[in-house]
Ligand binder design. Sequence first.
Ligand SMILES: [Zn+2]
Length: 314
Amino acid sequence: MAQINGVLGPIDLDDLGFTLMHEHILIANWSMRQSFADWVDIPGHIRKATEEVRSAGERGVNTIVDLTPINLGRDIHVIREVAERAEMQVIAATGLYWTEEPWIQGWEVETLVDTLITDIEKGIQGTSSKAGIIKCATDHLGVTPLNKKTLQVAARLHRATGVPISTHTSSAEHTGLRQIEVFEEEGVDLRRVVIGHCGDTEELEYLESILRTGCFIGMDRFGLDMMLSTAKRVSMVAELCRRGYADQMVLSHDACCHIDWFPKSALAAVPNWNFRHISDDVVPALRKEGVSEDQLHQLTVSNPRRVFAAQGSY
Ligand SMILES: [Zn+2]
């Protein structure tokens, strides 16, 4: 039986079930947390996040992929505690965000790989929780020399371990295609890659050019209505199903139980940005647009399984 690294121990591939492929239990800057004791109320956050994760479980979600990279404040202790309390299978990530850090500049790719690989092989932050997925990110700056280095780190971690890659992109700048160029140079198996945030755009041509490479695409920001409404996101998934791509899409919200980037009041503008929106609203809307039960099963269960499938067989 193939097994995947979950934060509370190995998960049998067959037990993955309904999987949200891109969420965040906590995004909070480590430097600010270290400097100001009240930057995040961790016990309060754990209670709130546990409720949120449990509410997803009550709706039939079996697994949540927490795609928080190291330098967005990934805290495995918080992730573990929430997973335990909410009785949810959670998969954590290793890898780097697109923001340009001085310490990424100064190190060779291989040194970063040797450091990050311990997240996958030994455990994160001294715990037994191993990373089950590799995150990397390319935003509006595009593939700068420094960004290329972080993509190479992700590619080489994948080549060394068989763990899949899932990315952050800026659809408006078509950075998904630029990421794929680097992955191809590095010999990555593109069938084990999710190009993220593809649900932010209505440019079918861009999305089909990604899909033709064999990658999965993440229709993974349901609820971020200010970028694209739920109705438009649903129509894009339904249209791509009609075009024969139901086996290459995964769904998620990219929601955060807590994020320290803006005041809480800003979240009032996105009331559906939570772990429940897909179960409550998106799945019924997809049915209405003609997406079949088999296709819904592909989007939520079998495609996530295929993203993780070959892990351990390398
Ligand atoms: Zn994210």
